[in-house]
Write a protein that binds this ligand. Sequence first.
Ligand code: ATP
Length: 221
Amino acid sequence: MERISKLGIFGGTFNPIHLGHLRAGEEVYRRARLDKILFIPAYIPPHKKQVNIAPAEDRLAMLRLALAGRQEFVPSAIEIEDQRTSYSIYTLKKIKRLYPQAEPFFIIGVDAFLEIETWKDYEHVLEESNFLVMSRPGYRLAEVKEILPNRWQSRIAWLKEEEKESRFSSDYTIYLVEINALPISASEIRDKVRRGESIAHLVPPAVADYIHRHHLYQDGL
Ligand code: ATP
């Protein structure tokens, strides 16, 4: 039987995946001593109002290119295969079936976490998984404490530089992780492509090449 492993669950629209996602993944992987991170593109993201979403297959293909050669970062089609709105509660249940020996850690930027109370069954998701909430330019990590109801307060902890294995609590915990986040967003990348500007410093070369060859993000809102 596979040993208990610490499994990162990094969901997003990844429209497209960019160097900000990769930097964030690298940092939490090291700091939280994860064994593996699944990068999971949403099929239909429930929280995005944007219109210009590339087809799921293209977003997955770009993710595969960006993660190629890294054993610890695994592209996952589990939300795309379901072909429905990608609620985290469904994803978590599926992961628990697929990886019964794994301890789950949702990896999420603070901007996205601050909307958690709008998620389907969000209390259930908080009850059943750890969270690694990462800083992001323009947002305050401490705001996590301010938005969560009292019953979650004792479950929130700051993740210090390199956490020793023993320091991890046996309860599911919401870790606040101050990272060296890069000021990059997918919306900025889509805007640049539309304006014909270079995105070479924002995404891996293979992703820039894919976007150009498939004429992604050239119009739309
Ligand atoms: P958009 O600009 O289209 O809203 P995005 O760049 O925020 O997209 P998403 O795919 O929506 O990318 O993000 C997936 C997850 O990655 C979210 O939890 C988000 O907070 C986090 N994230 C995105 N960019 C960064 C970054 N530069 N640093 C840290 N976390 C990030």
